[in-house]
Design a protein around this ligand. Structure first.
Ligand SMILES: [Zn+2]
Ligand SMILES: [Zn+2]
Length: 328
C-alpha cells in the first residue's frame, strides 16, 4: 500500500529539559503548525519558514521567545501568518512588533492575523508589514465547539486552562484520508494519473457508478474504489503544557485529548515534588500519565522537564509509566 495523500509528522523541537515547542508538518497539504514557540534556533530555517499557523499556549518566555526568529525568517513572504493564543496575545504580538523600526523596508510583505481566544470567543486583529505593522481590529466572533478553522486537512480545537494565568491546550485532528494501493495498479494493467484523483473525488461523493475509460477499457468507479482505495481514519495530535492539576483542568484536558494518537504533555515535576508542582501551576509526570490513561491516548510524549532532575529524567518516565505504559 502506498501513495499516502498526506503524511503527518510531529516532533518536539528541543530535548525534554529545554523549551517546549511542537512542530507538526503535513506533506502534500498547505499548512505547517507550530505549537508554542520557545527556543527554536536549532530548527533549520527552511522548516521555520514553512510554519503557517502558530498556536501559543501562553506567553511565558519559554513558550514565546522564538517568535522573533519566525518573524525574521517570514518577513519577505507575501502571505498571512496565523497566530493563535490566549487572552493578551494580541498585545504581546504588538509589543514584539513595536520593538523594531519598520521604515525603509518597502519590500516587506508579510501579514499577521492574530486570534485571541477568551471565554469561547475569538478576537481577530491584523498587522500588515506594508503599513508598519499597525494594528487593525477585525472584530470579535463566537468560536462554536472551540473549533479553530485551519484551512485544509483538518481542524484544531482548544481548551481554556488554568496556569495561574489563562493558558490554552490544543488538539489537531487530521481529516480522514484515502490511501491508494499502488501495488495493485500493475497487475490490473493500470498506470497512475489524474484519474486516481477523480476516483477519490467520486469516493468522497459516494459515487460508485461513474465510468472511467482507462487503457481502452471501461471501469465502474465502485469497482475501482474497492480494488484500489483504503480509507484511513484521521489522527489526533494533542499538546498540553503548563497547567495545574485540578478537577476543572483535568476534565477539560481529558475531553480535548480523548483518543489522541500522540499526546504531548508536560512532566515538569516528579510526584515527590507534588506540592511544588501545585505551587507553580505545573503537572507532575504521574499526573501526565493519569491524564493519558483517562483520555485513552495511544502514545504519551513527555516534555518540559525541570532542570532540577538533570541526569535523572528516567525517573519521570518511570513515574508516568506506572500510570500509562506507552510513554516516549
Ligand atoms: Zn508557563
Ligand atoms: Zn513553561
Amino acid at each position: 500500500m502506498a501513495a499516502i495523500l498526506m503524511k503527518l509528522e510531529s516532533f518536539l523541537v528541543n530535548p525534554g529539559d529545554r523549551d517546549p515547542t511542537l512542530y507538526v508538518s503535513r506533506t502534500g497539504r498547505r499548512g505547517t503548525f507550530m505549537f508554542d514557540c520557545g527556543e527554536n534556533w536549532t530548527l533549520e530555517p527552511r522548516l521555520l519558514r514553512r510554519v503557517t499557523h502558530l498556536f501559543i499556549t501562553h506567553c511565558h518566555i519559554d513558550h514565546f521567545i522564538g517568535f522573533d526568529m519566525l518573524l525574521r525568517l517570514k518577513l519577505y513572504e507575501d502571505k498571512t501568518f496565523e497566530v493563535y493564543g490566549p487572552s493578551g496575545i494580541t498585545d504581546r504580538v504588538e509589543g514584539k512588533l513595536s520593538g523594531y523600526t519598520w521604515n525603509l523596508t518597502p519590500e516587506l510583505c508579510l501579514k499577521l492575523r492574530v486570534h485571541e481566544i477568551e471565554r469561547g470567543m475569538v478576537r481577530i486583529s491584523r498587522f500588515d508589514s506594508r503599513q508598519g505593522f499597525q494594528r487593525y481590529e477585525e472584530g470579535v466572533f463566537p468560536c462554536p465547539d472551540n473549533l479553530l478553522a485551519d484551512g485544509e486537512g483538518g481542524t484544531v480545537t482548544f481548551a481554556e486552562l488554568d496556569h495561574s494565568i489563562p493558558t490554552l491546550g490544543y488538539a489537531f485532528q487530521s481529516e480522514d484520508l484515502l490511501h491508494v494501493r499502488e501495488d495493485r495498479l500493475n497487475p490490473l494493467g493500470l498506470e497512475p494519473g489524474q484519474w486516481i484523483r477523480d476516483l477519490m473525488v467520486a469516493y468522497k461523493q459516494g459515487e460508485r457508478r461513474e465510468r472511467f475509460e482507462l487503457n481502452g477499457r471501461e471501469y465502474e468507479s465502485g469497482w475501482l474504489q474497492d480494488e484500489l482505495l483504503v480509507p484511513v481514519p484521521g489522527v489526533k495530535i494533542a499538546y498540553v503544557v503548563d497547567v495545574v492539576y485540578n478537577e476543572a483542568n483535568a476534565g477539560k484536558i481529558i475531553e480535548l485529548v480523548r483518543g489522541a494518537r500522540k499526546f504531548y504533555c508536560e512532566a515538569t515535576f516528579a510526584d515527590e515534588d507534588y506540592d511544588r508542582a501545585a505551587d507553580r501551576f505545573h503537572l507532575t509526570a504521574r499526573q501526565a500519565g493519569i491524564l493519558a490513561r483517562e483520555a485513552g491516548v495511544t502514545e504519551l510524549h513527555l516534555c518540559h522537564f525541570s532542570k532540577r532532575y538533570n541526569g535523572c529524567f528516567d525517573t519521570l518516565y518511570e513515574e508516568a509509566k506506572r500510570e500509562f505504559p506507552n510513554v516516549f
